[in-house]
Ligand binder design. Structure first.
Ligand code: DOR
Ligand code: ZN
Length: 354
């Protein structure tokens, strides 16, 4: 169901298929932002320590819903879809336990050292994780892939494209029936691989990679709030991602990768990677789709392709976006510090009516 005119767009309620919520006071500060716009979200497991067992995932799920209630949100209207963090030691039993819990929907692969809290990640995917991958393939649970090689000799802007040949293709040759989500793709190579490959593969695309190229990180000085991983790439890649997301292909769907870090840890000598977009996710995506005249493709990307790939029902509610000036706040509270949303202080032409 979709209504489109110049002023307003009503779509089936969307889901966020890639989200960082953190824990404790940080979780309490951000969870209601996501629940305002999305019915469900795939929750990343890169806590400290990471969520590696079903028991930990279920406990974390409880903390998410409690934090949402405490923050004044409606815990009955938001479903956290939990994930496990794959390690060299994840057993096939743990995968089956996760699947049977009915609350864990995917397993996340972080190559060791690739990004925030990835030290416990995988060192040798096919060598160390074959049993876990076999179990995932068997129960039809998707493997979510942070697709960057970690070889320090590879240029940071090339790490995703090289990952496709070095890791993604061998993985999918070895496990052709494994459902794979190539998370937060940032390159033409990533988008074309997902578009053309055989078998069950899809990709999430963030709002920042649709709206900005790497110049944004350096415009007028170093701008740490535009720094995330995988890093923004050059304009040709941004155009390829916009083309993929707005193409109508069911292989591409919404995943914000909203990743909150306190202002002081972003504006730092060694600033953390991550953009905070949960506050205004649908405003950002609507802006990106509108910029290429493809608002009619937003509902598929935001509300249909994700659940279809995961084998889950589509949502029944709706979300309305209104063409109205929306000013992104300079910052929002974050425990006893502050959080700076992506493009803070700028204005967008769309506002979610929530
Ligand atoms: O920019 C990022 N931030 N990329 C990731 O892969 C992790 C995330 C985080 O957890 O902060
Ligand atoms: Zn992420």
């Amino acid at each position: 169901m979709s209504t489109q005119n110049t002023h307003q767009l009503t779509i089936t309620r969307p889901d966020d298929w890639h989200l960082h919520l953190r824990d404790g006071t940080a979780l309490e500060a951000v969870v209601a932002d996501t629940a305002r716009q999305f019915a469900r979200a795939i929750i990343m497991p890169n806590l400290k320590p990471p969520v590696t067992t079903t028991e930990q995932a279920l406990a974390y799920r409880g903390r998410i819903l409690a934090a949402l209630t405490k923050a004044g949100g409606n815990a009955d209207a938001f479903t956290p879809l939990m994930t496990l963090y794959l390690t060299d030691n994840t057993s096939s039993e743990e995968i089956f336990r996760a699947h049977e819990s009915g609350q864990v929907y995917a397993v996340k692969l972080y190559p060791a050292g690739a990004t925030t809290n990835s030290d416990a990640g995988v060192t040798d995917l096919l060598g160390k994780c074959a049993k876990a991958l076999e179990a995932l393939e068997k129960c039809g649970m998707p493997l979510l892939v942070h697709g960057e090689v970690t070889d320090p000799s590879i240029d940071v802007f090339d790490r995703e494209a090289i990952f496709v040949d070095r890791v993604m293709k061998p993985l999918r040759r070895a496990f052709p029936a494994l459902k794979v989500v190539f998370e937060h793709i940032t390159t033409k190579e990533g988008a074309e691989y997902v578009r053309d490959a055989e078998g069950p593969i899809a990709a999430t695309i963030t709002p920042q990679h649709m709206l900005y190229n790497r110049n944004a990180i350096f415009q007028g000085g170093v701008r740490p709030h535009w720094y995330c991983l995988p890093i923004l790439k050059r304009e040709t890649h941004r155009l390829a991602l916009v083309e993929a997301a707005t193409s109508g292909s069911p292989r591409f769907f919404l995943g914000t990768d909203s990743a909150p870090h306190a202002r002081g840890l972003k504006e730092h000598a060694c600033g953390c990677a991550g953009c905070y977009t949960a506050l205004h996710a649908m405003e950002l995506y609507a802006t990106a789709f509108d910029a290429v005249g493809k608002l009619d493709k937003l509902e598929g990307f935001a509300s249909f392709h994700g659940p279809d790939f995961y084998g889950l029902p589509r949502n029944t509610g709706t979300l309305t976006l209104v063409r109205e000036t929306y000013q992104i706040p300079d910052e929002v509270p974050f425990g006893n510090t502050a959080l700076v949303p992506l493009a803070a202080g700028e204005t967008l032409a769309w506002r979610a009516a929530v």
